[in-house]
Design a protein around this ligand. Sequence first.
Ligand code: CMC
Length: 392
Amino acid sequence: SGLITLDKGFKNTGSTTSDITFLDGEKGILKHRGYSIEDLAENSSYLEVAYLLIYGELPTQEEFSNFKAGIKENQLVHEEIKTILSGFPSKAHPMGVLSSLATSLTAFYPESLDPNRSKNKVNLTILRLLAKIPTFVSWSYTKRMGLPHNYPDNSLDYVPNFLKMMFSVPTEQYEIDPVVVDALQKLLILHADHEQNCSTSTVRIVGSSQASLYASIASGVSALWGPLHGGANQAVIQMLESIKADGGDVNKYVQKAKDKDDPFRLMGFGHRVYKNFDPRARIIKKNADEILSRLGIEDPVLEIAKKLEEVALKDDYFVERKLFPNVDFYSGIIFRAIGIPTEMFTVMFSIGRLPGWIAQWKEMREHKEPIGRPRQIYTGNPERPYIPIEER
Ligand code: CMC
């Protein structure tokens, strides 16, 4: 064990080389395949960024239309998925539902269990995931709401189709609002990849045992669920709501977050890698104002978020520790403005992160990475004789 370096939480351990995402936490820079996140969020679309992450280049028109057609062809899910869904309690958290349904794809497509299947079959697995996950997410919502499930509409693009599956109800004509489509498109782009974060490392490590891609993605969903990771977006809104209900005194909560005897943390603040403003948070904050005003919504929680940020960024505790708002701090305000309920925020993050998980899994397999298997330093009893139970 003398040769083993201990690095709890892998704070300073590189697990892989990667060509996908560049992150400079000191300067607050994020790039995918060399393109800055600002450029992509402004000019690209979610599916184009997905293609870029997974296949390494921006697609030509022909490549992109084949990719989109492949996704459309696979949006329908097996009818038995409804049977599985109907077995869940109606208030089941959508992240648990999504993780289960993603794993269930191994049962419907058992060829995914073959680690040596052809490149075409791997591509089909990738298309199926991109196509079916939004269907699963929207059905977990309709199930929760006691509404009938909507089938995918192949005449629509990816984001409008998702919104229609979510929000279309039998008695009304569903109108797609381009402002909502734009807002969601941008949010999904901003979540698309973030190098070796907790859920992505999980996907890579599960995949490194050559488990099915579906099962690897399901593990990523589970890892993302926790409040220190993707679950923070749900926790942020719940925190802002409780500050509001408590009279809106942000100072009190900043003090609480600094108190080491209090487990409370400012949700949406701090990041393992960013020791500067999270560039995604910067873009989201700018968009939040714009989207709310375009939709004609006034959300008092946005004002609380801004005040909280202002107070925290002036406080020595946050300054010394370089704790800045992260991507989850403002995203919930936009999700909520476009009608996504709080419990669905983290599954929305999953749809966003899906291309990143897939790209990282694909790179890991193509680079023939060895099985992920960290070591430990044993600190337990050295050796002791067994004592029969009646003598203990
Ligand atoms: N509120 C109060 N104190 C904090 C916070 C916070 N949000 N974040 C970190 N600290 C303190 C922490 O107590 C520690 O203080 P000290 O040095 O006195 O012990 C110091 O800052 C360093 O924190 P750490 O926990 O050692 O840092 P980490 O890299 O292990 O954790 C983190 C990073 C994101 C888990 C953490 O900052 C956190 O819990 N933030 C709140 C949850 C959150 O917003 N998560 C979303 C992360 S970004 C998107 C994503 O991954 O999904």
